[in-house]
Design a protein around this ligand. Structure first.
Ligand SMILES: Cc1cc2nc3c(=O)[nH]c(=O)nc-3n(C[C@H](O)[C@H](O)[C@H](O)COP(=O)(O)O)c2cc1C
Ligand SMILES: CC(C)CC(=O)C(=O)O
Length: 335
């Protein structure tokens, strides 16, 4: 990627351990094929949907990723402008390098990703700050009781942000200092549900792979689950998300939205995930590559191309709307 420091490129591209799960996310899509329908006179497909009460032009959202100013000087502001201009949702990482208020100033539709911190008062402050800035949902990442072991970063000695960049949303309101992100191995369902006492925002849990956990999210009254293995950056060896999706969707039975991320690169991947039970998908690394290559325009290019590809694949499958993507559209083939 032109202009991207190789150490930062490794941080973006890499995963945990052997990167088996990074590869598995892509390989699992490679094992799936579409069985299209013909002569359905669908006209130009409409990939629009309503998600958590918001009308969106298409089913591809932006996953939370840290440190956008490593990719481009305009960082999260550039990403947010692209989200605004294409009408999609940007999920802002808690580890953003731009204050949430400045990102919100773009007018983009934002969700906020949270790692609940052991200091509950600080967690409540973070949530209140994001809500005041105008975010419309909270995404609680639950696949990270500890940091994954990212061997590229260890080899490269990438431990800290370069001088001048900080996680702006971790500023302590009392001291003005930037706090470290703490991964909390004691985090439990009660902690997630307790966020309801702080916020009226819808709450999605991100990092669910097991159907029993998805059922628990429904039972706990949460508003959505994101089937995710953190792009292979946490538990190396975790199942590919597109493989985990059908059982999660079966457990949820349409009661709350099920989203998916991990290895979504093409319109066919999006259509495959929706046919397997997802309401929408999110993309992580492609947005970072677009940002590094061309700031706002690069990200908008990635989002627009993928949107157009979704429409093309829907037409080629005989689907007029996202409701026309049944499970029998997808067939598994031998590797
Ligand atoms: C560089 C990078 C940083 C990430 N930072 C976060 C983060 O701060 N919070 C989080 O919940 N997930 C984070 N993720 C995981 C993404 O939200 C998402 O699950 C994953 O990237 C999806 O896979 P994909 O990159 O194959 O599309 C990060 C992923 C990458 C690649
Ligand atoms: C700064 C990290 C906590 C961000 C993250 O979740 C990731 O790199 O995958």
């Amino acid at each position: 990627m032109a202009g991207l420091d190789p150490v930062h490129r490794d941080f973006f591209a890499g995963g945990a351990g052997e990167e088996r799960t990074v590869r598995a996310n892509a390989a699992a899509f490679d094992r799936l094929r579409l069985l299209p329908r013909v002569l359905r006179a669908t006209g130009t497909p409409d990939p629009g949907l309503t998600l958590l009460g918001a009308a969106l032009p298409g089913p591809v959202l932006i996953a939370p990723t840290a440190f956008h100013r490593l990719a481009h000087p305009d960082g999260e502001v550039a990403t947010a402008r692209a989200a605004r201009d294409t009408g999609t949702v940007l999920t802002v990482s808690m580890a953003a390098t731009t204050p949430i208020e400045r990102i919100a100033d773009t007018g983009a539709r934002l969700w906020f990703q949270l790692y609940p911190q052991p200091d509950r008062d600080f967690t409540a402050h973070l949530v209140e700050r994001a809500e005041a800035a105008g975010v419309t949902a909270l995404v609680v990442t639950v696949d990270s009781p500890v940091f994954g072991r990212r061997e590229r970063d260890l080899r490269n000695g990438f431990l800290d942000l370069p001088a001048g960049l900080v996680c702006e949303n971790l500023r302590d309101p009392a001291t003005g200092r930037i706090r470290d992100i703490v991964m909390d191995p004691s985090l439990g369902w009660d902690d997630v549900v307790r966020l309801r006492t702080t916020t009226r925002l819808p709450i999605l849990v991100k990092g669910v792979l097991h159907p029993a956990d998805a059922a628990e999210a429904v039972a706990r009254g949460l508003d959505g689950v994101i089937v995710s293995n953190h792009g292979g950056r946490q538990l190396d060896g975790a199942v590919a998300t597109i493989d985990a999706l059908p059982a999660v969707a079966a457990a949820v039975r349409g009661r709350i939205p099920v989203l998916l991320d991990g290895g979504v690169r093409r319109g066919a991947d999006v259509v495959t995930a929706l046919a397997r039970g997802a309401s929408a998908v999110l993309i992580g690394r492609p947005v970072l590559w677009g940002l590094a290559a061309g700031g706002r325009d690069g990200v908008a290019g990635v989002l627009t191309e993928l949107h157009e590809d979704v429409v093309r694949v829907m037409a080629l499958c005989g689907a007029a709307t996202l409701a026309d993507l049944p499970p029998d559209l997808v067939r598994e083939v031998r590797p």
